[in-house]
Ligand binder design. Structure first.
Ligand code: ZN
Length: 442
């Protein structure tokens, strides 16, 4: 095992020397050669809940290669277990990605003993870089929170909001969750009465609230806070006109962060792929993955122009234990014949199910038998039953409403991408990103 690792490491070195274009041979001796393509910037994209089955189903849904397969970016499998469970939650997984340390499920930014852990954001800032976090959930949700806050329990959203705004190592926050930053008299839920949006504006933040403001941003800001929804943003499939897409948030974030000549670290989360998995909703999962791919494209476009940029994409865990059951009759491409998410369809159905057939026939192009309708009526959750029926008609299987413990695929592009290979632990991911930046400290 050790020997095999060594030979891979050697291969890696040869590869970096060639990639770096530096003329060096073993006989030169002396210090190991720094590849000339050392990263200055890292864009870390996290499709929450996305595993290999999502990758395969999405390829079928799209009927062409997504950018990560088109460019052949697969590098590594990543183990996701937390310090206390084989199956992680997003708090422990986010903490592993942010700090390089395992912690218990539910914990943000702290070790299992409660010790405060430094993050890749802190180290990037110490190196003079700009830093930013983007998500489609509330920005205080577990994954982004792990990069900016320290709390025993991921549910302490208003405390996380306060820590995020007070965190001097952060320059940009884009996502949802306005109510967690505001006191009740301003439409918020903060019991301490603080108005963190006012506080942010007094402390050099430019504050944005709508898609129009984001798209018309003048390019002049010290720091940026964008809270584009009271709670989470809408799912990509039902995106509101006044809310930006994940791709749009990512583009502006890159524009702002890259203005610093010392480089930047950006984390972008496709938060709701996970929520789709919890709902066992294939349309929600595929359309939020599609929106996430736009963010990946924005990152890769930047990295193509700026070769000192490393782009890494990896989910924090699988959600739902999705299986690929596709056949010609039941194929993910048939999701294009579905017009509503399961959660919305369930709400359209009245209490005595009198319009169930009408809703299903209006919102899908599928045939529905009386037997299928009877099954839906008997189900404990109409939403889940509709999602399972549509899954069956479009080639998706599910084994759980929660996360599962399967390894997840990691994709990488650009400077330092070759550092990822074989099966690695989730705690290795930030360490390798720092290594690509020529930094350490986790
Ligand atoms: Zn989840």
């Amino acid at each position: 095992m050790k020997k095999r690792f060594k030979s891979y490491a050697t291969l890696g070195l040869v590869a970096t020397v060639i990639l770096g274009g530096t003329a060096v041979s073993a006989s030169d001796g002396g210090e190991p050669v720094e590849p000339s393509n050392q990263a200055k910037n890292v864009i870390f994209l996290i499709p929450d809940g996305f595993s290999q089955s999502y990758a395969n189903s999405y390829k079928l849904y799209k009927d062409e290669l997504p950018i990560w397969d088109e460019l052949n970016l697969f590098r590594s499998h990543v183990m996701t277990h937390s310090s206390n469970e084989a199956i992680t939650d997003s708090a422990a997984a986010g903490t592993a990605f942010a700090t390089g340390k395992k912690t218990d499920n539910g914990v943000i930014g702290l070790s299992p003993d409660g010790e405060e852990l430094p993050t890749i954001v802190d180290i990037a800032k110490q190196a003079g870089k700009r830093t930013g976090l983007v998500s489609t959930s509330t920005i205080t949700h577990a994954t982004p929170a792990a990069f900016a806050a320290k709390v025993e329990s991921r549910g302490s959203y208003t405390e996380i909001a306060k820590q995020m705004i007070e965190n001097d190592n952060l320059d940009l926050l884009f996502g949802g969750g306005r109510t967690e930053f505001l006191p009740p008299e301003s439409g918020g839920i903060r019991e301490d009465g603080l108005d963190l949006i006012d506080y942010a504006e007094e402390n050099d933040y430019t504050y944005l609230e709508t898609r129009r403001q984001l798209l018309n941003w003048d390019g002049e800001s010290e720091k940026m806070l964008g809270l584009f929804a009271e709670e989470a943003l809408e799912p990509a499939f039902t995106q509101r006109t006044d809310e930006p897409s994940l791709g749009e948030m990512t583009e502006t974030a890159i524009e702002f962060l890259s203005a610093d000549e010392d480089g930047f670290f950006l984390m972008v989360e496709g938060s709701q792929i996970d929520w789709a998995g919890h709902d066992n909703d294939p349309l929600y999962a595929m359309t939020d993955t599609e929106a996430f791919e736009e963010a990946v494209k924005a990152a890769i476009d930047y990295a193509e122009e700026n070769q000192d940029t490393l782009v890494v994409m990896v989910g924090d865990h699988d959600t739902g234990g999705m299986a690929v059951h596709a056949s010609e009759a039941a194929h993910p491409k048939h999701l294009k014949e579905v017009n509503a998410l399961g959660l919305d369809m369930a709400q359209m159905v009245d209490h005595n199910y009198s319009n169930l057939r009408d809703v299903l026939e209006e919102q899908t192009n599928f045939e529905w038998t009386d037997e299928e309708l009877d099954e839906l009526k008997e189900a404990e959750s109409l939403k889940l039953a509709i999602n399972h029926a549509i899954s069956e008609k479009t080639g998706f299987g599910w084994s759980s409403y929660n996360h599962t413990g399967i390894d997840v695929p990691l994709y990488a592009y650009g400077a330092g991408a070759e550092k990822f290979s074989g099966t690695i632990d989730n705690t290795d991911v930030p360490k390798k990103m720092l290594e690509a930046l020529g930094l350490s400290g986790l």
